[in-house]
Design a protein around this ligand. Structure first.
Ligand code: PHE
Length: 341
């Protein structure tokens, strides 16, 4: 036993610790609970009783010297920054990569900014809505086929039983109604938000997407006001060379109704895959607020009139950044998201 102690002491004394790896190896061999030194302690019980005290003291001495050597080396490394290079210009050194805003967030902010400058406030409303706010008050007659155009998700009461009058809003037009119930004209507001439709997910459709709706109610609002507002918006959003056109359309809550197209940004109107050869892409639905809608919320439709419009934020983002697949917005692939720094 004494021989072994001497041999180990010699090894400990001779061990050179010059880097972190050697420090670890020293600890494993001589300091830890599974070290060679620890196993010598285990053998102490086999030493004849009369020698045990002496051998025990020698072992303790060995242990102390190993621990002291280990602690000294550890301390020396703690203060050693030799392998960490301090950059000469600290303002350049930025090891943390920064996140960025989602493209939809950026485009929504830009849309709101453009309308804010034209005097539109921002309003918000619930995503879980009743039939009244999503359809009835907006002049969708009961059982009218226009309700089916919107592929509504109805909410279950429990145990699979569908509650007909509670649903996920299919458009942000519910906020028009809530706003007009609470505010007297003049009203000039935009309403951004998430909307839901029961559609199969593909490159061109999703069961959830985002809209910004606008509402202007005052005395003597004209269709020209609507066109000018949207025309100005298109130029601000897509550049001053952008052309727009209005086509007649139908929505239950506006009369007359229109859809607005802009010149395709990819082919500049020549015709390509994105605009399906037309040279134009639709970006908004719009129209003069139907007098029935005003009456439904207690606004005198003889005194007041207004216009409304609605657009999809995804569609505008896809055109602006030439994104061809709607699914990219919700997949959270950092390779996609990183491009919008
Ligand atoms: N709410 C309509 C839709 O989602 C868009 C729209 C809003 C049309 C306002 C006209 C006026 O399809």
């Amino acid at each position: 036993m004494n021989e072994q102690i001497k041999a180990l002491q010699a090894e400990i004394d001779a061990f050179v610790i010059s880097n972190e790896g050697e420090l670890d190896s020293f600890r494993n061999q001589f300091v830890g609970r599974k070290s060679r030194l620890a196993s010598l302690f285990d053998e102490l019980k086999n030493v004849p009783a009369e020698n045990r005290r002496e051998v025990g003291q020698a072992l303790n001495g060995l242990k102390n010297s190993a621990e002291t050597k280990f602690e000294e080396a550890q301390e020396a490394f703690a203060g050693n920054t030799a392998d960490f290079e301090v950059p000469s210009d600290l303002t350049v050194y930025n090891p943390i990569s920064q996140g960025s805003l989602h493209p939809l967030t950026k485009v929504r902010a830009r849309i709101l900014e453009i309308f804010n400058r034209m005097g539109f406030s921002v309003s918000d409303g619930p995503e879980i809505e009743t039939d009244f706010y999503n359809f009835t008050a907006l002049n969708f007659p009961a059982n009218h086929p226009a309700r089916e155009m919107q592929d509504t998700f109805f909410i279950e009461k429990g145990a699979g039983e569908i509650q007909d009058d509670v649903l996920l809003r299919t458009h942000t037009s519910n906020v028009q109604i809530r706003l007009m119930q609470h505010q007297k004209p003049p009203i000039r507001s935009v309403m951004p938000g998430r909307v839901y439709r029961n559609e199969a997910i593909s490159a061109r459709a999703h069961c959830l997407f985002h809209q910004v709706e606008g509402l202007y109610v005052d005395e003597q609002v004209s269709f020209k006001d609507l066109k000018d507002t949207l025309y100005h918006f298109a130029k601000e959003m897509f550049g001053k060379d952008t052309k727009v056109r209005f086509r007649p359309s139908y929505f239950p809550f506006t009369e007359p109704s229109a859809e607005m197209d802009i010149t395709c940004l990819l082919c500049k109107g020549d015709g390509c895959n994105v605009c399906k050869g037309a040279g134009w892409v639709e970006i908004a639905g719009a129209g003069m607020v139907d007098p029935n809608v005003l009456e439904n919320v207690g606004i005198d439709s003889k005194k007041y009139n207004g216009f409304a419009f609605g657009m999809g934020i995804e569609r505008i983002t896809m055109l602006k950044y030439q994104i061809k697949d709607l699914r990219l917005f919700t997949e959270n692939d950092v390779r996609f998201l990183k491009q919008f720094n």
